[in-house]
Design a binder for this molecule. Structure first.
Ligand SMILES: [Zn+2]
Length: 80
């Protein structure tokens, strides 16, 4: 039996859902599309800092780890 490894992107998307209290990705994406601030999450391994970013942000500054790895949920999901 083989383990099906979730991609890093999928794992981060699920983390973001959890942290923002959304039950599924669809709800999270819908909220991101309807609101001006878009949820973003740090892609650095071991850092799951989240913040509100521009919808097309793909290298936002992370206040937790100091990297430029914050990616908006819409970019993560491949919608824009
Ligand atoms: Zn970080």
């Amino acid at each position: 039996m083989s383990n099906i490894a979730l991609s890093q992107k999928a794992q981060k998307l699920m983390k973001l859902c959890d942290q923002k209290d959304f039950h599924n990705l669809d709800d999270l994406l819908l909220a991101a599309l309807l609101n001006s601030g878009c949820p973003a999450i740090c892609m650095t391994e071991g850092c799951d800092h989240t913040a509100e970013m521009e919808p097309d942000q793909d290298q936002g500054f992370c206040q937790a780890c100091g990297g430029n790895m914050l990616v908006s949920v819409l970019v993560l999901a491949g919608l824009i």
